[in-house]
Design a protein around this ligand. Structure first.
Ligand code: BES
Ligand code: MN
Ligand code: MN
Length: 461
């Protein structure tokens, strides 16, 4: 299979160009102003799958955005890999902070990506990483190197909670039958320290509304005599953490799995520079739950964070006012065994119970999902590990991630299969942030590594 290197060398300009065309379409699932672009992107993926050698490519309608499906079944007796990815992207704002327009991709060199990186919304999350699989398939089908069956399922609502996919999967269990699910929608430690993601955190996302007086009031005439919803909301929010940065919601930690001393020691072996971490974020110190390291805080521990807070007057100059209402969006990242619906309920009950007289509180749950962990003593993990050894010349490190792909636990429940998370992005690629990018080297390395996963998974099956 040294032919994969040659194939990439011959076709790399086209591979890069095809991704650039895909990145030009603003497929923002959160904003209905872009719904035609989201639909157009699905059409482009359909064509790409067909060109890469997929059969039975179809647009599967759902209550929301369609799911693109395609397959190449070479022999029903051979194992089947189901590839999942998403063609939708995050909104681009704050747009002013981009150095070049988010949907006009450009290649620029950076310190971390001396061979260039493609700057565009979705470059890494997830168009670039998803498209690696399409190009890896093209290589395998056009050179006679596809060793097993493959199915593709690419959705358009991952960034808004995968509701339509959660509807689609239980209705298509036979169609989606597989031996392993393969996803590139996570990251790795560094280009010379590859890692395989063995865990994802769950999520509960809620919005809260605190209401005081029935209208905005003069802050002189009424100030001091009625509850100010912003004062109250911020006080309630700060009470959700204690001085050790533990979360104070009763029952919140009940099902949290405590890792053994050995497991924590193993985790601590992953290369990590606190100085580089702080420098990259321009912070003078890290902050978090007492008793846990930075890597533990952002992977094996649950969290509660305010994502946005608003109310009152925020325009130019000063306006003296006590607002009638204050709002916040709050996310809780969860670890395996914490049930996201239970946690949402615990939050709601607690938040309502701490509201003082003089205000009313409304808690509205948004989306959520379970966390996920995968053991490393199975053939799918071993196949992935061998694939990286082949192309990176080192054994990848298993690592739990702090991010969430809630649909992965649903796959396990409905399709009874494990997911392998082969991510080729870096934390510095700025996913969800301005100036998102994906290294050209990473893109091509992914295309090179994926066919080895198919080879070893088939051999070990
Ligand atoms: N690809 C990310 C998740 C991710 C990134 C996991 C890097 C691990 C490492 C995905 O597109 C995402 O952004 N997920 C959301 C959750 C979703 C329900 C909106 C997240 O983690 O905030
Ligand atoms: Mn993603
Ligand atoms: Mn994302």
């Amino acid at each position: 299979m040294d032919t994969v290197k040659k194939y990439i060398a011959t076709h790399k300009d086209r591979f890069i160009n095809e991704l650039i065309q895909l990145l030009k379409i603003p497929s923002i699932s959160a904003d209905t102003a872009y719904s035609q672009d989201v639909l157009n992107t699905a059409d482009v993926i359909m064509k790409a799958l067909t060109d890469a050698g997929c059969d039975n490519v179809e647009l599967c309608e759902t209550p929301g955005y369609p799911i693109v499906y395609g397959e190449k079944i070479i022999d029903p007796k051979l194992p089947t890999v189901l590839v999942y990815g998403h063609y939708d992207v995050q909104p681009a704002d704050p747009i002013d902070l981009w150095d070049s327009p988010p949907f006009e991709p450009v290649i620029k060199n950076t310190d971390i990506h001396p061979e260039g990186a493609i700057f565009a919304r979705g470059a890494c999350d997830d168009k670039g990483q998803m498209y690696m699989h399409v190009k890896a398939l093209e290589y395998m089908t056009s050179t006679g190197n596809l060793p097993c069956n493959v199915k593709f399922m690419i959705e358009g609502e991952e960034e808004v909670g995968s509701e339509s996919l959660a509807w689609f999967v239980p209705r298509n269990v036979d169609k989606l039958a597989n031996d392993v699910i393969l996803i590139s929608d996570t990251g790795m430690i560094a280009n010379d320290i590859p890692s395989i993601t063995t865990g994802l955190r769950g999520l509960s996302y809620v919005e809260v509304e605190v209401t005081g007086p029935n209208r905005d009031l003069h802050s002189g005439l009424y100030g001091g005599a009625v509850a100010n919803p912003i004062n109250i909301l911020t006080k309630m929010i700060s009470s959700l953490h204690d001085d050790d940065n533990h979360i104070t919601i009763p029952g919140f930690y009940d099902n949290v799995e405590e890792l053994s001393k050995e497991e924590r020691e193993e985790m601590a072996k992953a290369p990590f520079s606190l100085k580089a971490y702080k420098d990259a974020l321009a912070i003078n110190d890290v902050y978090g739950e007492r008793g846990y390291s930075t890597n533990e805080r952002n992977s094996i521990r649950p969290t509660l964070d305010v994502n946005g807070i608003w109310g009152g007057y925020t325009g130019e100059g000063a306006k003296t006012v006590i607002p009638s209402k204050a709002y916040a969006k709050i996310s809780m990242r969860l670890v395996p065994n914490q049930d996201w619906e239970d946690i949402t309920e615990l939050f709601k009950n607690h938040f309502e119970s701490i509201a003082p007289n003089g205000v009313t509180v409304k808690v509205t749950p948004h989306h959520g999902g379970q966390g996920y962990v995968t053991p490393i003593n199975n053939i799918a993990y071993q196949a992935a590990s061998k694939a990286y050894e082949e192309t990176f010349d080192v054994t990848p490190i298993p690592q739990r991630s702090g991010g969430s792909i809630p649909i992965v636990s649903l796959f396990e429940k409905e399709l009874k299969s494990k997911t392998i998370l082969m991510g080729f992005g870096l934390n510095s690629d700025a996913i969800h942030s301005p100036n998102e990018h994906f290294g050209v080297w990473n893109y091509l390395k992914g295309i090179e590594t994926i066919p080895y996963f198919y080879k070893y998974f088939t051999e070990l099956s």
